[in-house]
Design a protein around this ligand. Sequence first.
Ligand code: AMP
Ligand code: ZN
Length: 466
Amino acid sequence: MLRFFNTLTRSVHEFQPLEEGKVRMYICGPTVWNFAHIGNFRTFIFGDILRRYLKYKGYDVTHVFNLTDIDDRIINEAAKAGVTIDEFTAPFIKAFWEDFDALGMERPEVTPRATHHVPEMIAIIQKLIENGHAYESDGSIYYRITAFPEYGKLSRIKFDGNITGGSDRIDTDKYDKEDARDFALWKLVGETEEPGWDAEFGRGRPGWHIECSAMSMKYLGETFDLHAGGQDLQFPHHENEIAQSEGATGKLFAKYWIHSEFLKIDDVTMSKSKGNFFTFRDLREQGYSPLAIRYLLLSVPTRKQLNFTFEGLQAAESTVERLRNFRQLVSEAKCDAGANPFIDSSANKALVEFEAAMDDDFNTAAALAAIHNLVREINTHMADEMLLERDRELVLDAISRFDSVFGIFGKEDSEFLDNDIETLIEERNEARRSRNFARSDEIRDELAAKGIILKDTKDGVRWKRA
Ligand code: AMP
Ligand code: ZN
């Protein structure tokens, strides 16, 4: 029975989806104004574990994960660079998905972009104006918090006059608001100013929060099961999403909320603004593997803080190497026919412990401990030549079940697909363009080790399997 902590109720409940066998979930994605850092990826990898574990439990999952491709930083940076928003965000979106795939995350079913959903945002704002939850001031549209008495139910913030619901990325203070807590839904822009969209209530651009109300309800319905994101989004972002959505529909927005704790570095939150961050790319350049980065980021349960250290990453590197070797050893072990009942029970025990840990508020640390115990036990049995043919199947089956959730054992060679090869070749081209010949040679060797032969031709790089 899956139980986890719901931020909305501040307690642990059994998970009961709205519709039997189905889960509809929304996770706030990145703002694509730069490369995502590994703190962002900690939250996103939890999202991946969440969807994979729900699938493991037999649910049919619809996962929506948005890209925020419009906000003040994007607008400012695009203007500085003298390019359009789309031109500015395109390379970061491309880089984001490359990192996302390299970190072994499954692509969500729907990955909408804010700029493609402005009409849906306008429709919600129009509804909020009509039912008295929003008002116009100086051409901009604000959410009227006094019209939504439940405001604050998620974050439980006590307003003392200093905190505003609009302490977000939109500069609301320039305009007159009825109440300091009111936040911008739509910001007026001039006739020729870009970016701007026409709406009945005037040309403007959306505030930050309205996009997630629009994209979640469009793809998941007015009420859906689960909404997640990093801890910092609880207020004001998620609080405002609830106010907008429930204010417009009069219905419960999301039944369960999960907030991930921060990745820290030297006990300070990793963030762009503090400058104390590493991107996935930084760590790759230093030679760390995607698998080790993934392992480290998922190794601590999501509601606990994780302090990043290079020692920790190095240890993760050895751990994933050990897991990969283990699977290979088991696969290649020469086993006599037959089965040992104690191995059957070890594998079963590990699966039961794994599931019990994950059912307990996604306790990834305890779930990993179950996997490591099994590896230790089976290693001993293999050393004693006790592993029989049927045992091997059971152990490999247990590993693939664990790995359908964690994705930390690495791909088997047969899973090394054309796409992966193309990605590495592209990375090698990039390395050569930037005269990083060490990396380009490394990639050639990595491919050679997998039996992929590269040929540089005048039309580019060709490859074939040996
Ligand atoms: P952003 O790109 O700023 O919109 O953030 C994307 C996601 O990363 C949000 O869910 C944030 O809460 C989350 N996030 C930002 N910094 C960290 C961090 N240091 N650790 C974990 N999650 C983070
Ligand atoms: Zn959001």
